[in-house]
Design a protein around this ligand. Structure first.
Ligand code: 13P
Length: 257
C-alpha cells in the first residue's frame, strides 16, 4: 500500500529565522500524521538549522538539488554525502525551475538520481509538461521522454526508493491547478509507463506526488484521486497553517485508502 507523501518545497525563500520558525511550527503541528510521510525542503544553507528544528518530530528534511559527483572541483555544488551529513532524507531532482531556468537536462537529472540512490537518499524526480506542450497534445510524449531519460539505468529494486512528482509547468506558481481528473490521468499514464518499463508490482508501489498550486482548499480533492499519492507544495508550504491543512487532508484520506 502506498503511503501519502506531502513535501514542502520552500524554493529560494525565507531567511534563517523564518526558516527555523516555519520548520518548528510544522513540526509542532504535525503530531498525528500516522500513515502520511512529511518533509520540508528549505534552501540548502538552512538545512542544518531546519533539521535541528524538526528533530524528534514526524517531519523529515529534503534538499532542493544536489550534484552528481561525490566531490571535487565543482564550485557552488553540493554532494549527496553532504546532504546526508545535514540529515537529509530526500532530494528534489529535475524540478521544472532547474530544467527550464537553469538548463538541466534529463541526462544530468539521471546522473543525479543514480548518485542520490547510491548514497542512500530518496530522490523526488520531477516531470511535467509546459502549457504549449499540453495544448499541442504532447503531454504523454513529454512525460515519457522525461521518465525514460531521468530514470535510465535505474533498476526495479532502486525504483522502489524513488518518488516521482508530476508537476505541470503551467500549474506551478500560477494559482492554476490541474483539475483532479487532469492530474489523475497523467498519474495513471505514469504508472502504466513504469509497469511497461519495469513490472506491474513495482509500478503499483511507486509514490507519485502532484505539484502545482496545491493549497489548503484543493488538496483533498487532488489527494482523493486513486493514483495521486501526495503533494509537492510550493507557495502554500511557506505558511505553516496551510501546509498543516494539506497534511491533514492526507491524514483523513489515508484512513479510507
Ligand atoms: P506552487 O505550489 O507554488 O505552485 O509550486 C509547486 C512546486 O513547484 C513545488 O515543487
Amino acid at each position: 500500500m502506498r503511503r501519502f507523501f506531502i513535501a514542502g518545497n520552500w524554493k529560494m525563500n525565507l531567511d534563517r529565522a523564518g526558516a527555523v520558525a516555519l520548520a518548528s511550527a510544522v513540526a509542532k503541528g504535525a503530531v498525528e500524521v500516522g500513515a502520511v510521510d512529511v518533509a520540508v525542503c528549505p534552501p540548502s544553507v538552512y538545512l542544518d538549522a531546519v533539521a535541528q528544528a524538526v528533530r524528534g518530530s514526524a517531519v523529515c528534511v529534503g534538499a532542493q538539488n544536489m550534484y552528481s559527483e561525490p566531490s571535487g572541483a565543482f564550485t557552488g555544488e553540493l554532494s549527496a554525502a553532504m546532504l546526508l551529513d545535514l540529515r537529509c532524507k530526500y532530494v528534489i531532482l529535475g524540478h521544472s525551475e532547474r530544467r527550464h531556468i537553469l538548463g538541466e537536462s534529463d541526462t544530468l537529472v539521471n546522473k543525479k538520481t543514480h548518485a542520490a540512490l547510491a548514497a542512500g537518499l530518496v530522490p523526488i524526480v520531477c516531470v511535467g509538461e509546459k502549457l504549449e506542450e499540453r495544448e499541442a497534445g504532447r503531454t504523454a510524449d513529454v512525460i515519457r521522454t522525461q521518465v525514460d531519460g531521468s530514470l535510465a539505468g535505474i533498476s526495479a529494486d532502486q525504483l522502489r526508493r524513488v518518488v516521482i512528482a508530476y508537476e505541470p509547468v503551467w500549474a506551478i506558481g500560477t494559482g492554476k491547478t490541474a483539475t483532479p481528473a487532469q492530474a489523475e490521468e497523467v498519474h495513471v499514464d505514469l504508472r502504466k509507463l513504469l509497469a511497461a518499463r519495469y513490472n506491474a508490482d513495482v509500478a503499483e508501489g511507486v509514490v507519485i506526488q502532484y505539484g502545482g498550486s496545491v493549497n489548503a482548499k484543493n488538496a483533498a480533492e487532488l489527494l482523493a484521486q486513486p493514483d495521486v499519492d501526495g503533494a509537492l507544495v510550493g507557495g502554500a508550504s511557506l505558511k505553516a497553517d496551510d501546509f498543516l491543512a494539506i497534511i491533514q487532508a492526507g491524514v483523513e484520506l489515508a484512513c479510507g485508502r
